[in-house]
Structures are given as C-alpha cells and as structure tokens.
Design a protein around this ligand. Structure first.
Ligand code: GUN
Length: 296
C-alpha cells in the first residue's frame, strides 16, 4: 500500500497559527518579539534559509534584524556583534546561521550567545538542560521531528527509533529528546554513523527511521522493514534536483509513513524557531514585568 505522506508544510503552518494569540497578547502590551539572524559569507543554501526565516517572522509580526557579514570577517567582529545582540533589548532570540567560514570556530560563537536568547538551542547550557530532562530551548530541527510524529499520531513510546547521523544539530539532540521519560518520547534510541558496521542490521530493526546523515538518497528500500515510519531530515541539491537522505521511490514502497523533501522536516525547523522566539520573548517579558504570559 502507498505510504501516508506526512504534510510537514501543513503541520508547520498550524504551529505558526497557534503562535498568533501569544504574539497578539504581547503586542497588546506594546511588546514585539524580536529575532536577530546573523549570516556570514555567501553560502547560497544559507541565504535561502535565512530568507525563509525572515519571511516567517514578517508573516507572524515578529521583528527580524538581519546582520550580513563578509565571509572573511575576523572572529572578534562576530564576537562583538553577538555581545551587542545579547545586550539589545529589542532582540529576544539570536540565530547565527551555520556553517560558518573556516577561520571562525563555530563553538566560539555559539558559546557567546546568551542562553536566554539561544533560540537554536545550541548553547551547552541548553543542551545540558535537554540532557537532564529539563529543557528550555530545544534545537529546532529535532524538536520539529518530534512534533511531526506527535501531530501525525505516530506513537514513539516503546518504539525502536534509529537515527542515521550524529550531528550536534540533529542526530544527538534528537536522540536526547526521544529517549527522555516524557510525553512524546520514551523510545529506545540508536544513533548510527559513518563508523557503524553493518548499518543495515540497525536500520532494518527500526520502527521509526530518521535519516540525518547528509548523504543524498543514502537510505534505500532494502535497508528498511515493511511498515517503517521514515523521517527524512536531508536537504541536498543533486544537479537541479532537491533530494533528501532517503531514496524516496524505493523506501516509500515499504514505509507506512514518510516525509517528503521538500515539504517535510524543512518547514518544521522554521516553525519551531518561531516557537522558540516567542518563548524567549515571553520569558523576557516576564523577567522584565513580573507578569506571567498566559500562552507560555
Ligand atoms: N544550519 C543548518 N541548520 C541550522 C539550524 O537549525 N540553525 C542554524 N543556526 N544553522 C543551521
């Protein structure tokens, strides 16, 4: 039977709709959430992602502040900018688009972002909070994967989730999210990577397979069992085709649910970024006024 194609775009739109009353509440108090987006250099994919994030802000009435620095920028200039954004009271979330050029050590930048404004959830403070099961800001893409499953009524509890890819942005934080003793989690999680021998043996055991390895169409139909749920986090350009990390044709013949590329996980990342920005703004507002935000 043909699989159910998970409509990430539709689910992402619904999540953004749900943010509107929370933004309106703040707006009625003359308070507008603000997101700073820092882009360094001219990576074409990064430019597209940043533009999509700005568009999402505009649609929701979140103020966005874009900072575009040249690719040969000195590390100190980025550090100074981050410090300035940490202090700026119009800005509640800071996103530095990755990857950064080779002369900049990513962690040197990410560690300087105030954990209170860390809407990417990449700061060690927020990753540590996630690990001990008391998160504040979850990284957007893995949180989006969890929400996609939750809102598609796909039970995660007790399932074998196999993640292919161990990045700090997706693979590792997703494993941390799904392994927690919490609603929408309680899974048995394996993380596979380039040094995993016999990858097939792992992927074939998956009830839910998440592909986040960054290799175009690496997951083939014979690597999954009948009825598997497949979440494809990859976005790769092959010639003029946009493909995921999953070979859609062969895998969809065996899957019960599958996310498309584009229109699957991609829009969810942006929706969760908007959710984190609203949350950061609400937390700021509450710290400033002592007043609780009802939607938070
Ligand atoms: N590059 C790829 N994904 C992401 C993301 O979620 N956040 C940032 N800042 N950069 C990225």
């Amino acid at each position: 039977m043909a699989p159910f194609i998970i409509d990430g775009k539709g689910i992402a739109e619904r999540i953004q709709e749900e943010l509107k009353p929370r933004i309106a509440y703040l707006s009625a108090k003359n308070f507008q959430p603000g997101l700073a987006v820092v882009l360094v250099g001219d990576n074409p994919a990064s430019q597209v992602y940043v533009r999509n994030k700005e568009k999402a802000c505009a649609k929701l009435g979140i103020a966005s502040f874009k900072y575009h620095l040249p690719g040969d920028v000195k590390p100190e200039e980025i550090f100074d900018l981050v410090e300035q954004l940490n202090q700026d009271t119009r800005i509640h979330g800071i996103l530095v688009q990755l990857p950064l050029p080779p002369q900049i050590l990513e962690k040197e930048v990410l560690y300087r972002i105030s954990p209170d404004k860390d809407v990417d959830g990449f700061h060690p403070y927020n990753l540590g909070r996630l690990m001990i099961g008391d998160p504040i800001f979850l990284p957007c893409t893995p949180w989006g994967v969890q929400e996609l499953l939750l809102r598609s009524q796909i039970e995660v509890e007790g399932k074998n989730v196999v993640i292919v890819g161990r990045s700090n942005i997706v693979g590792k934080p997703l494993a941390m999210i799904l392994v927690q003793k919490a609603k929408g989690a309680n899974a048995t999680v394996s993380i596979c990577h380039t040094r995993t021998p016999n990858l097939l043996e792992h992927t074939r055991r998956a009830d839910i397979l998440v592909a986040a390895c960054g290799v175009p169409e690496m997951i083939k139909g014979d690597m999954v069992r009948e009825g598997v749920v497949v979440v494809d986090v990859g976005i790769n350009k092959v010639g003029d085709r946009l493909v995921g990390d999953v070979e859609f044709e062969s895998v969809s013949r065996r899957a019960s649910f599958i996310t498309p590329v584009p229109g699957g996980v991609g829009p969810m990342t942006i929706a969760m970024l908007m959710a984190n920005t609203v949350k950061a703004a609400e937390r700021f507002y509450t710290r400033q006024t002592g007043e609780f935000c009802p939607g938070a």
